[in-house]
Design a protein around this ligand. Structure first.
Ligand code: AMP
Ligand code: MG
Length: 552
């Protein structure tokens, strides 16, 4: 998406080049607030906000802002130099203490289905958009603070965020980006110097925790819920304005608004969502709260809350304690939930189209795009040139059934699989145990490998090796292909928790250490193997490692 420069901005840009890389060089073009109806009430008090897409609201200043970490890649994207990011002014701006000329902070109005039920108005309860930057490449990027104080959408909460959840969001957004998963980004993580009260498991044990702010960055933070709220309130004119705005700004290739364009737009949202979910399934990411207010219209992973990474392959696993009973957001259910969420978006925009068929067709495209995307992705994980339904359907189904029978680390298993050599003439003679030897590192409890399961696994390996021999790829090329889609390093739940424990004790260095590691998730990184190890036993039932809540 390229931005057409206006005459006014050209002058600003000329002035800006004089201090490139600095905060004063940022060029703001606040299109969302300039083009869409806002809340006429300027007072920052919690309330329903009808007939508006946003409310203007300033961040709440804090006592003692301090930089904990920043992402140099995102800084680069926004045209900020490393010197700028280490300046006091940067910390002041990105904790919410100071506004730059051109910033026009606002919170967005949205609703959403939470755990399957319509929840009415939600909105940016603790997110404040500072403004929209146009970078030197002409890309539009919204700068958004999370945890910078209450807004009209804060309902009964405080508008703040604690350090542990902010570290998790900061690191995971960047880790996902480097894994090649569509995501919102994180520019900075700052400490506010203030304490925030949280009852982590809602069980009557509140604690004071360090407050923090993450500056998130994305071309758009619009969620399905932004469209749903206007449909639910019968604000169809406003719904149309928002859809027209979104198409013009983020989907410009679709052209002029019409019922046909709207259907094509929805089709594109379906396609992007399918692609995002395929990536999640590839890397073992469980979002944890796939409510419709947490679904990005651009198909980006958004709102890192009680997410988790699959350790042992278990499609029924959810990291979110709030979801422990229904397990609506379990790993294996994510594709179906995304579809359900898309149906809710289809319902919301139906008044603009007036026909069910095009929406249904797009939803069918989702199912098809997901299915074929997943098959190709799995074929890639197994190192095949392409998915061959005759052989691969059964091979993949059988593998996933085997993986779920004993606690098997998904990341290690697929990485190790690349080490098997189907062309090795000695492989034919190998016993079950010899065949399984390269994979043993992946098992949490080797005792769970019964004779029967060993037999099943070894038989599967034999079939797999036969299949790799039939493929026209050489062993070295297959390994390279596999290692490019099967990460060695992911943000294991316990690793994030170790960085949190240290940071809460005053040492933030492990955040940078993990960020550096996760910049190259597919590389071997000699000396860093410890970070690729399976979850240690102490982390098995530890809060933050295996159990997370929405309290953040
Ligand atoms: P989430 O479950 O994080 O997606 O949040 C659901 C809704 O609750 C969103 O409208 C959030 O803005 C809001 N919310 C979550 N935490 C807070 C908080 N500490 N203060 C204000 N609003 C919040
Ligand atoms: Mg949310």
């Amino acid at each position: 998406m390229k931005y057409m420069q206006s005459a006014g901005l050209t002058a600003t840009r000329q002035a800006a080049t004089q201090s490139s890389g600095g905060l004063d060089a940022l060029i703001f073009d606040n299109r969302f607030t300039d083009q869409l109806p806002g809340d006429p009430d300027p007072v920052n008090r919690r309330r329903q906000v009808p007939d508006a897409c946003y409310s203007l609201v300033a961040p709440t200043p804090v006592n003692a802002p301090q930089l904990a970490a920043y992402s140099r890649e995102v800084a680069d994207l926004v045209d900020l130099s490393p010197e700028t990011c280490q300046s006091k002014e940067f910390t002041e701006v990105f904790t919410g203490n100071r506004l730059l000329p051109g910033m026009k902070p606002f919170a967005m109005c949205y609703g959403g289905h939470q755990f399957g039920n319509w929840a009415g108005q939600l909105g940016d309860g603790r997110a404040i958009n500072l403004g929209e930057v146009i970078n030197t490449h002409g890309d539009r990027l919204i700068l958004q603070l999370k945890g910078a104080g209450p807004t009209p959408y804060s309902r009964n909460a405080d508008g703040l965020a604690v350090l542990r959840s902010s570290i998790r969001e900061f690191l995971c957004s960047e880790a996902m980006f480097h894994l090649g998963v569509p995501t919102t980004r994180a520019l900075s993580l700052t400490l506010t110097g203030e304490k925030v009260e949280r009852d982590m498991f809602y069980d009557g044990h509140p604690k004071m925790e360090p407050g923090a702010v993450v500056c998130r960055v994305a071309p758009s933070f619009l969620r399905f819920g932004n469209f749903q709220i206007h449909a639910a309130r019968g604000e169809i004119d406003l719904l149309k304005k928002l859809v027209d705005y979104t198409i013009a700004t983020d989907f410009p290739d679709l052209g002029k608004p019409s019922a046909r364009t709207y259907a094509q737009w929805f089709d594109d949202v379906c396609r992007r969502t399918a692609e995002m979910i395929v990536h999640w399934m590839r890397v073992g990411f469980v979002h944890g709260v796939m409510n419709t207010d947490n679904m990005s219209i651009l198909g980006l992973t958004i709102d890192y809350g009680p997410y988790g990474w699959l350790e042992n392959y278990d499609p029924t696993w959810t990291p979110n304690t709030t979801d422990a009973v229904g397990r609506r957001y379990r790993f294996g259910h994510q594709p179906a939930v995304a579809h359900w969420n898309l149906v809710q978006l289809a319902n919301a925009i139906y008044p603009l189209i007036g026909e069910i068929d095009p929406l249904q067709t797009a939803l069918d495209h989702y199912a098809h795009a997901y299915q074929s995307g997943w098959q190709e992705m799995m074929a890639g994980k197994l190192g095949f040139t392409r998915y061959e339904p005759h052989s691969d359907q059964a091979l993949i189904t059988d593998l996933l059934a085997i993986l779920a029978q004993a606690e098997t680390d998904m990341t290690i298993f697929f990485r190790r699989l690349a080490g098997l050599d189907g062309h090795d003439p000695a492989a034919e003679e190998k016993t079950d145990d010899e065949l399984m030897a390269p994979l043993m590192e992946a098992y949490y409890v080797p005792d769970q490998l019964t004779t029967d399961l060993r037999r099943q696994t070894a038989d599967w390996i034999r079939r797999y090796m036969t299949r790799t021999r039939q493929d026209d790829m050489l062993p070295a090329a297959r390994r390279t292909r596999m290692n490019a889609v099967n990460p060695k390093y992911v943000l294991r739940n316990y690793l994030a928790q170790l960085a949190i424990d240290k940071a809460e004790a005053g040492d933030v260095t492990m955040i940078d250490e993990l960020l550096e590691l996760l910049r190259h998730p597919y590389d071997e990184q000699p000396g860093k193997e410890g970070f690729a190890a399976k979850r240690p036993d102490w982390a098995r039932h530890r809060p933050g490692c295996s159990m997370l809540s929405c309290s953040s």
